[in-house]
Design a protein around this ligand. Structure first.
Ligand code: SF4
Length: 341
């Protein structure tokens, strides 16, 4: 039985809630809340259906302060208490401690800041819970293949994705239906409001952060140096030598594995290549990451900025630059020019 969408809720919510209550069969529902629109809509649905749940949020220490305030101060007033799962070190502190940022190859952020805390939280229930997540099939071909119900060997419990068939408009309608304000970052143009930024940020997301939160870029620039210093100190402490081409300053790593310093990434984010938008850092479909289990705000397509305010001005005229990506003659793989040494 598919979850009714907001336009059908008035007539179907009762029958749906009865049916789900029978399936849930007394098991506790643990709702993952990211501070994004999908998980908020999901919690509102559970609340409207009268299905009791415990909401939780994995705190990476790397969210924008408005997301942190939204989760801690605003959302509990509309969806009820939220258990914040802290980590002893946030993403930046861990990167300095390790001397390395997370990357596609070594994505320790997902594991240490999302999956492990969630696994501990879900494992602490007296009886096996159901993990409820706000993933929607329309967001990507990969997510379209996820079932609504799935046994997770990782969490050792069932995962339920009640919004799987909902559209973007359904999610907005659910906020409107309950008079719930969105995370304020959406109103400033963000399409994703989790880690700020995610190591997989899209070009448009990086450009937006540079535009509306230049202090974050400044902080990243300093952190990049600190992480690189830590990496060099670790290598030196082991009596080893740096292998040329293996490191360098950069929160973002190009898909070819090389780090790019934040200023170069921001410069690139303001360019277009022959009018084409090329993603160098965004996830491939296979990089489900923490998105699979609904622990992060999921990636939206460009142009899906939900609550764009009308006063944001005309779209920027994009310029090309020498740092535009170029096509690799060997097979169309995209590679950047002017790589940092
Ligand atoms: S949102 Fe991105 S940076 Fe944050 S934990 Fe997930 S993969 Fe890592």
């Amino acid at each position: 039985m598919h979850t009714p969408t907001p336009k059908d809720l008035d007539k179907e919510i009762g029958a749906w809630a009865d049916r789900m209550r029978a399936i849930v069969d007394g098991r506790p529902l643990a709702a993952s809340v990211s501070g994004g629109k999908d998980s908020t809509a999901m919690a509102l649905l559970l609340k409207e259906a009268g299905l009791p749940y415990v909401a939780y949020h994995c705190d990476t220490g790397w969210e924008h302060e408005e997301t942190a305030a939204y989760v801690r101060d605003y959302l509990p007033s509309v969806i009820g208490p939220i258990e914040i799962l802290p980590s002893d070190k946030g993403l930046a502190e861990r990167a300095i401690h390790k001397g390395i940022w997370p990357s596609r190859r070594i994505r320790w952020c997902t594991d240490e800041l999302k999956l492990k805390p969630a696994k501990r939280f879900l494992g602490a229930f007296d009886s096996e819970p159901i993990s409820v997540v706000g993933i929607r099939a329309l967001e990507s071909a990969t997510r379209a293949k996820y079932p609504e119900w799935e046994r997770s060997s990782l969490f050792d419990c069932e995962v339920w994705r009640p919004l799987l068939r909902w559209s973007f408009d359904d999610v907005i309608a659910m906020h409107t239906r309950h008079g719930v304000l969105p995370n304020p970052l959406y109103l400033r143009g963000a399409t994703r409001v989790g880690c700020w930024p995610c190591v997989y940020a899209k070009k448009s997301e990086i450009r937006l952060i540079a535009d509306i939160d230049p202090a974050r870029i400044d902080r990243l620039r300093i952190l990049e140096s600190e992480v690189e210093d830590a990496r060099r100190a670790k290598v030196a402490a082991k009596g080893e030598k740096l292998i040329p081409g293996t490191g360098g300053v950069g929160f973002f790593r190009h898909r070819n594995g090389r780090p790019w310093p934040i200023d170069k990434v921001v410069e690139w984010s303001r360019t277009s290549y022959g009018g084409k938008q090329v993603e160098l850092f965004a996830p491939a479909e296979s990089d489900a990451g923490c998105m699979r289990w609904g622990l992060c705000e999921t990636v939206e397509r460009d142009g899906d900025a939900p609550w764009l305010s009308v006063d944001q001005g005309a779209p920027r005229e994009e310029k090309s630059s020498p740092t535009d990506p170029v096509e690799d003659e060997r097979g169309g793989e995209l590679a950047p020019t002017g790589e940092p040494s």
